[in-house]
Design a protein around this ligand. Structure first.
Ligand SMILES: *[C@@H]1O[C@H](CO)[C@@H](O)[C@H](O)[C@H]1NC(C)=O
Ligand SMILES: *[C@@H]1O[C@H](CO)[C@@H](O)[C@H](O)[C@H]1NC(C)=O
Length: 295
């Protein structure tokens, strides 16, 4: 019923009851869109409008303070701003922008223009509300799919970013990488963050806890993911393996879910599901990356 085997989707599949969607061309898109439209508890566990796992600076900077879930979500965006050199001169496109939190933070902290697209009309409605409250920022949000970008968005952006959105459709990653290139201006930079599977055969535990729950779909590991970008003739500038960050994020979610006692539709405690995801990330059966590409 859900498109990705990603650790987030596995948790939120239980909430995917609303199949109404106006812009989806295929079932993957419908599943992804409805899954986010109905996943309201994201705000409680993940922090307001945050729908991704974060970056924890204390792993690379011993003087940095350990962050919580929503702070780490913002720190990931800040890391992407800094790696991509995003400034007031930048015109940024966020592929799978969710409720627009990354675009808002980018526009706020750099003065850049930021356009976000997302397949979920619920997410875009929320993002447009935020944009209306912030007329001081150059924000633009629209419903759309990054597997088939509207031609008005082609060739316009100094920066293309994505945060854990490609994972829903890894079987279409070659197409997505071509769309990334299409959106970029001639000297454009792509700063891409994604959730991953493993390049190895995954363990029985992960298959049971993560994959079997939903019906297995393709999830690329670090190597296969990078090869796909390389095949699209994107030029790798920088690559980070964030598996450790993913494991910590899931451990934090497990603790919060435990405190709230949230359960999935089948009665399973979300705390247990998140804890299993954290263990899977520690074993590198699932992972997370951050990559910078030029054309
Ligand atoms: C994270 O910490 C900040 C600052 O102390 C706090 O405002 C916020 O509610 C916390 N968020 C979560 C998800 O724990
Ligand atoms: C940002 O958008 C404004 C208004 O559309 C435009 O005038 C400006 O040139 C844009 N800046 C960049 C860096 O694209």
């Amino acid at each position: 019923m859900i498109s990705g085997v990603l650790p987030g989707a596995l948790v939120f599949a239980a909430f995917a009851t609303d199949t109404s969607t106006d812009t989806c061309a295929d079932n993957d898109c419908v599943a992804t869109a409805s899954h986010y439209d109905s996943a309201i508890h994201y705000d409680v566990l993940w922090g307001q409008d945050n729908i991704h796992l974060g970056f924890y600076p204390h792993f690379i900077d011993r003087k940095a303070i350990p962050l919580n879930m929503s702070q780490a979500g913002m720190a990931l965006t800040q890391r992407m701003i800094s790696l991509g050199d995003i400034s007031f001169k930048s015109n940024v496109l966020d592929l799978g922008c969710g409720k627009g939190a990354a675009c808002v933070l980018i526009a706020e902290s750099t003065g850049a223009n930021c356009t976000g697209i997302d397949v979920s009309s619920g997410n875009i409605a929320r993002a447009l509300n935020v944009a209306r409250e912030r007329p001081d920022l150059q924000l633009d949000f629209r419903v759309g799919s990054f597997t088939d970008l509207p031609s008005v968005l082609h060739g316009r952006f100094t920066h293309v970013i994505a945060q854990q959105s490609f994972v829903h459709v890894h079987d279409q990653l070659p197409t997505i990488m071509q769309q990334v290139k299409l959106a970029m201006a001639p000297t454009g930079i792509a700063v891409l963050n994604d959730l991953l599977g493993s390049d190895r055969q995954i363990s029985i535990d992960t298959r049971q806890a993560v994959h079997d729950r939903l019906g297995s779909r393709m999830l690329l590991g670090h190597k296969a993911w990078r090869l796909t970008a390389e095949d699209a003739e994107l030029d790798l500038q920088h690559y980070e393996n964030l598996d450790k960050h993913m494991a910590l994020a899931y451990a934090q979610l497990a603790a919060a879910a435990q405190a709230w006692g949230f359960r999935a539709a089948d009665g399973t405690l979300f705390a247990d599901i998140y804890a299993a995801s954290s263990e899977a990330a520690k074993r590198h059966d699932i992972g997370m990356n951050l990559a910078v590409y030029s054309v």
